[in-house]
Design a protein around this ligand. Sequence first.
Ligand SMILES: [Fe+2]
Ligand SMILES: [Fe+2]
Length: 297
Amino acid sequence: MSAPARLLLLSDIHLSRKRPYFHANWELMLRAIAQMPAPDLVIVTGDLALDGPSREDDLAFARAQLDRLPAPWHAVPGNHDVGGNPPDARGEHVVDEALRDAWLRHFANDFWSVDVPGWRLIGLDSLICGSGMAAEAKQADFLDAAITSAQGRRIAVFMHKPLCQHDVLETEMSTTCWFPSTRELLQRHVREGRIQLLVSGHLHEARDRNVSGTRHLWLPGLAFVSDPACEWQGSRGGRRRVGFVTAVMDASPVLSWHEPNALLNIDIGNWLRTGGIGLYKPLASEDQPYPGLFPTL
Ligand SMILES: [Fe+2]
Ligand SMILES: [Fe+2]
């Protein structure tokens, strides 16, 4: 029997050559993991770019940075990479063919599967769900085939947005998680016990709990937090501190949560005062205060 795989799980790194607000944490993470046992595989659950839909170079830069990781890696897109799920709920870019194509230019695929001892790891593009794009139907077929051909391996699914906050039957339609009308893609497999682990990013809030019958892990963001108090949140029950996770993929994955002292817990709560992602847009445009603030990387 092969030794269980050791995964490094990263999320929400929000890199940008033009506006490297959070780049220090990327460098500090690379230094931290260089002191740890090398992972077999790295998985990044989205929001690799600061604002890919506005500037494709954020995607190009993030891709170049991922190639500095000390192990093979796989990534799924986030809303800051390809745009949000339609319909738009907060004034951000919405995924379309052109934005998805830009992701594919730099990352080759947006849904994938890879096998490690005892497990099949499946990455999904949670932003195309509900889009009606051809890729949405292809992804659904891909997911069914990947699960039915797993030959006894346990199934872990990696995606950007959490499936839900507290219960898969909750009806709130929010950009926090999958829209209720799209959850069935995964739920039909969850109900039948075919998925053992769900892993997501997006919320910059870390949590590990059983949700409607399946272990659902929320990864911490590496780039920033958005809670002024930086304490445990009552509403979602997660921890809002920057960090990352390592997982030893035994039958029940053994997680280690890493919050190296050197990491910067940059709080963007003030950016969000206007609601939604309002301040990301001016940050991303060329005529706002920040151009020229940073040296070229
Ligand atoms: Fe994010
Ligand atoms: Fe996100």
